[in-house]
Design a protein around this ligand. Structure first.
Ligand code: ASN
Length: 299
């Protein structure tokens, strides 16, 4: 049958979205419609060009992540999530990693007054719920795709960034992911390597209360998140520490001046999740209209 493979992957994607939504609504989360254009967006420390459009005499960033909107939204509701389209103009050589699209969707969520442990526990239960539902509802499709989904138990193991680098070297993420039989958390990133919105541990200066989750079997990074910096003076000093221009973050700083609650959250890439669940070579296979860095679009 024509397009049988594409149809099987779309079915898995659709069940992932449904299972994630049903889990989060059941946990008391409210869904937020995504923000596509904003005066300020995630600075992201890695190498991506900025995507900006001009309209109404203003510069609008295409969303790289909804981090600041999530922090603002938890003033209104204590648990929020959004299926958020992100544009990240990655260098063309990233087109071949199997893990990069320059337009992708992340399930981005945030919880007011939560700790990192709270959202790590939530992340584990969310992933296990999605896996259970996909296994149940996509039996035929997984069989067609030749994918035998592994089973995991929470809690997943944890390793600190420093320990991971010490044991596995610079490309610890790839090596750890390839070696693991279960997802693994990387915690406690040093302040220099992450964004200014990740909260510094008050008892361990220079160490952030953040985390990444890696998929096993070499599928790489699953999610990224942490506790947030919400105090205006700390945000400002972190912006300066990163060598960024505080003027560019004026709207965030003024919001923080009015008061943003403490929160924690994370974002989990949908295409990478489907790639892992369906056992695919490249995230591009998860989209009918993929945006691969350096590759012309069909439609
Ligand atoms: N969504 C991530 C978070 O919640 C941020 C990101 O995508 N860079 O921390």
């Amino acid at each position: 049958m024509a397009y049988e493979r594409e149809a099987a992957i779309l079915k898995v994607t659709s069940e992932v979205l449904g299972a994630a939504r049903e889990f989060l609504v059941c946990e008391g989360f409210v869904e937020l419609l995504p923000v596509i254009l904003a005066p300020v967006t995630d600075p992201l420390r890695h190498n991506t060009d900025r995507a900006i459009i001009q309209a109404y005499g203003e510069r609008w960033h295409l969303t790289r992540s909804m981090i600041f909107h999530k922090q603002a939204a938890v003033r209104v509701c204590d648990k929020i999530f959004s299926f958020s389209p992100n544009i990240r103009l990655e260098p063309p050589e990233r087109g071949q990693t199997g893990r990069h699209l320059f337009e992708f969707v992340q399930l981005d969520l945030e919880v007011r007054n939560a700790t990192r442990d709270d959202v790590m526990d939530l992340g584990e239960r969310l992933l296990l719920h999605i896996m259970e539902k996909v296994r149940e509802r996509c039996r035929k499709e997984l069989e067609f795709l030749g994918r035998k989904l592994p089973s995991f138990r929470a809690p997943f193991p944890r390793i600190t960034y420093t320990e991971a680098r010490h044991r596995y070297g610079e490309d610890f993420e790839e090596r750890l992911s390839a070696e693991m039989e279960t997802p693994i958390w990387i915690v406690d990133f040093p302040i220099e390597v992450r964004e200014f919105y990740d909260r510094e541990d008050p008892t361990r200066p220079g160490v952030l209360l953040d985390m990444d989750l890696l998929y096993p079997q070499g599928y790489g990074e699953a999610l990224s998140g942490g506790e947030r910096e919400h105090r205006q003076d700390r945000i400002l000093s972190r912006i300066k520490f990163q060598g960024l221009d505080p003027e560019a973050y004026a709207s965030l700083l003024s919001l923080a001046g009015e008061g943003i609650p403490p929160s924690a959250g994370f974002g989990i890439g949908i295409e990478r999740l489907v790639r892992f669940l369906a056992g695919l070579r490249h995230v591009a296979e998860t989209r009918l209209f993929p945006r691969v860095p350096g590759v012309p679009a069909v439609l």
